[in-house]
Design a protein around this ligand. Structure first.
Ligand SMILES: Cc1ncc(COP(=O)(O)O)c(C=O)c1O
Length: 394
């Protein structure tokens, strides 16, 4: 048998990379260490573990073998030193801003997931964190928003639900020139299509609820970054307590092994849907980084290995037309979330981004008739037929 390649391909990395067979049993699927606490060999051993003088598990809010395997694998896939997993994507973002920006200022993209917006707009100020929202597709806006106390620049790219793309390298340069960190919410792309650290970002963050879990059955989050920063972040997680469960990590590890296949199929379906919608008389505008008409098409090409599986579009007739379309699909599932095997369709203004006031929605490009589709892995022809019959009813 030929030796395995020294530099495995992108897909092979998801199957084999970053995790080993269980060192105790050789189990090829990582065991679920569903345990809260770990026995010490003696009082001295316990004290040494607490003092960090000996390696050993203590308590699963601090560390756990199943969680560790997932964190190591995600860090490997993102090209980071360390990863940390959380109970949800929002728990990850909360931990990140508490650690990176406590008592300071954050510059955030204005196109971000609605939950992120709510955390930044309403709760962060109560934690002493001031957040400025800017259109990060123009790096000049980041520069103008930065202050002497800016500690973190936070961007989602591609962004939810506008699919706006931010130039990661330009944002990183600006953040670093003022001593701030750049964190990229990489949920839409996954490390299969985009590795933000390769473009200069410090932190890559995920709602693992999406493509990483991939089957609509896990809620989880994670971020990866440089060792020292992540060690401190671990202390914040220990004290805040937003840790993930071993079972959830097992679901994510299983999801990662097929992520490259699912993302390829989801992306091919999204491209077919985007092209179909772009030529449709009842559709006013399609937003998808894979279309030449996308305003940041060139930036996307530069930093992404592909445009991904999510698109949004405005149907002629505004909010009522959008609702009618959503109520007319037969195969697609009317649901929030994304990265599932099934294609999901939703209305951002009344669902994922309803935490934003109508004024903020208008300011940040979330039009009343915007519909978001997160393509699944079904056959493209079935999805096209479904949209076709739904649009015909309008
Ligand atoms: C881009 C993005 N980031 C973060 C989150 C929050 O993740 P979670 O729902 O796992 O808390 C979401 C959720 O939809 C998201 O779409």
């Amino acid at each position: 048998m030929a030796d395995p390649p020294m530099r495995p391909g992108r897909g092979t990395r998801f199957v084999h990379g970053g995790d080993e067979h269980d060192p105790h049993t050789g189990a090829v699927s990582t065991p679920i260490y569903q345990v809260s606490t770990f026995a010490f060999k003696s009082a001295e051993h316990g004290a040494a573990c607490f003092a960090g003088e000996e390696e050993g598990y203590i308590y699963s809010r601090l560390d756990n073998p199943t969680i560790k395997v997932f964190e190591k694998k995600l860090a490997y896939l993102e090209g980071a030193d360390e990863g940390l997993a959380f109970a949800s994507g929002m728990a990850a973002i909360h931990n990140l801003i508490c650690h990176a920006a406590h008592g300071g200022h954050v510059v955030s993209g204005n196109a971000v997931y609605g939950g992120t917006f709510a955390l930044f707009e309403h709760l962060a100020p109560q934690l002493g964190i001031d957040v400025s929202f800017v259109d990060t597709t123009d790096p000049g806006n980041i520069e103008r928003a930065m202050r002497p106390d800016t500690r973190l620049v936070f961007v989602e790219t591609p962004a939810n639900p506008t699919l706006a793309v931010t130039d990661i390298a330009a944002a990183a340069e600006l953040a670093h020139s003022r001593g701030a960190l750049l964190a990229v919410d990489n949920t839409f792309s996954t490390p299969y299509l985009q590795r933000p650290l390769e473009h200069g970002a410090d932190v890559a963050l995920h709602s693992c609820t999406k493509y990483i879990g991939g089957h609509g059955d896990a809620v989880a989050g994670a971020y990866c970054g440089p060792r020292e920063f992540m060690n401190e972040s671990r202390d914040w997680r220990t004290d805040i307590g937003g840790v993930i469960s071993p079972l959830q990590c097992w679901l994510l590890l299983r999801g990662l092994k097929t992520l490259h296949l699912r993302v390829e199929r989801s992306q091919a379906n999204a491209m077919a849907l985007a092209r179909f919608l772009e030529g449709h008389p009842k559709v006013e505008r399609v937003r998808y980084p894979g279309l030449e008409s996308h305003p940041q098409y060139a930036v996307g090409k530069k930093q992404m290995q592909g445009p991904g599986g999510i698109l949004s579009f405005d149907v002629a007739g505004g909010v009522e037309a959008g609702a009618r379309l959503i109520n007319s699909v037969r195969l697609m599932t009317v649901a929030v979330s994304l990265g599932d095997c099934a294609t999901l369709i939703e209305h951002p203004a009344s669902m994922t981004h309803s935490t934003m006031s109508p004024e903020a929605q208008a300011r940040y490009g979330i039009t009343p008739g915007l519909v978001r589709i997160a393509a699944g892995i079904e056959d493209a022809d079935d999805l096209l037929a479904d949209l076709d019959q739904a649009l015909a009813k309008m």
